[in-house]
Design a protein around this ligand. Structure first.
Ligand SMILES: *[C@@H]1O[C@H](CO)[C@@H](O)[C@H](O)[C@H]1NC(C)=O
Ligand SMILES: *[C@@H]1O[C@H](CO)[C@@H](O)[C@H](O)[C@H]1NC(C)=O
Ligand SMILES: *[C@@H]1O[C@H](CO)[C@@H](O)[C@H](O)[C@H]1NC(C)=O
Length: 310
């Protein structure tokens, strides 16, 4: 299940949870977790399969999120939520599950076009949790999930079937076996639109604790990077964040990030690259102060505060 949706952004959270539970200090949690899953597997074999189908109540969720967005999140916007849903259905419903192209979503996307202020675009790959806290404290970053389409479809699964009700609620195919997967096609187009809009200084948050921090198969590497326009973008500011406890695998001068910089340079982008960005480290330390790297961090902040008050 993890493998087939490896490009799906929401999946990174699942990974994170899995990995979180497998850290040494949480052996008991892992055991409880495993036991629960075993029980679920034994008691209801149909349940797991069902999880891979279209998200139940998808219509209510999508329309509800749309109203939430235009009413509470971004009240200045005017969109017709029912019409957006209708266009979505038009693309997906009663189609065979591997037959939805990015083009099929074009009418939906034109019903929800959106512009964003420059200097705020944040791209990321394999840094979902950190990205969320970064965007939350920064308050001035825009990620794909902040756009209407990202907000509406985040974490959802869907695929069509020819028979009624038009959605397949029991199972959806893996991305890898589909040429035109309905979920992938939507995110691909959404990511492309987002990147094409990007302007001013943009930030790219990458994970230095994994091999191939810059992965040509990720949404950033396969879609967003190619859609960035050097005429619109002033600087690509790359930030490489490693886990506090390591491993320290890639950096601005090591591994796949060097390839990214080369691509940027050859396309005429100006760029900067930062390892160990202070804000990012502080955010990570807030969640785990016991790490030794946080002690130095805390000390230097404290020193600065003392200097400042003198
Ligand atoms: C896929 O969609 C196209 C047009 O949307 C249609 O002509 C074709 O028959 C579909 N193929 C299958 C296998 O459903
Ligand atoms: C890097 O990726 C790993 C594996 O997906 C994840 O556990 C970790 O939280 C990520 N680190 C950061 C800084 O996002
Ligand atoms: C854009 O990034 C460059 C390089 O990091 C920096 O010198 C400049 O001040 C930034 N401009 C804005 C508007 O943030």
């Amino acid at each position: 299940m993890h493998k087939h949706v490896s490009l799906l952004r929401s999946d990174e959270a699942v990974w994170r949870l899995t990995i979180m539970y497998s850290s040494k200090t949480s052996v008991t949690l892992v055991m409880i977790n495993v036991t629960i899953w075993l029980i679920i597997l034994l008691l209801c074999p149909g349940k797991l399969r069902a999880q891979l189908g279209t998200t139940p109540n998808i219509k209510h969720i999508v329309i509800g999120r749309c109203y939430n967005y235009i009413t509470l999140v971004n009240p200045s916007l005017r969109y017709d939520c029912e019409e957006i849903w209708r266009q979505f259905e038009e693309a997906v419903v009663h189609q065979s599950s591997c037959n939805v192209t990015v083009k099929d979503y074009h009418p939906m996307f034109s019903a929800m076009s959106q512009t964003w202020p420059c200097d705020r675009f944040l791209f990321w790959s394999k840094t979902r949790a950190l990205m969320h806290s970064y965007a939350a404290v920064g308050r001035h970053f825009w990620t794909l999930e902040d756009t209407l389409v990202g907000f509406m479809f985040n974490d959802l699964i869907w695929c069509g079937q020819e028979q009624d009700p038009g959605f397949d609620f029991s199972s959806c195919p893996a991305w890898s076996v589909c040429r035109n997967h309905p979920v992938y096609s939507l995110w691909r187009q959404a990511s492309q639109n987002f990147a094409e809009m990007a302007c001013g200084n943009i930030t790219v948050l990458l994970n230095g604790s994994i091999v191939n921090a810059f992965n040509r198969k990720s949404m950033f590497g396969s879609v967003e990077l190619d859609s960035l326009n050097p005429q619109r973008v002033d600087y690509v500011n790359i930030k490489v964040a490693t886990n506090l406890e390591g491993p320290y695998i890639e950096s601005c001068s090591q591994g796949s990030i060097v390839d990214l910089i080369q691509i940027l340079q050859s396309r005429g982008f100006r760029w900067t690259c930062t390892d160990n960005d202070e804000t990012l480290m502080i955010l990570q330390c807030l969640q785990d102060l016991k790490q030794s790297s946080c002690q130095t961090c805390a000390n230097s902040l404290l020193r600065r505060k003392i200097f400042a008050s003198n």
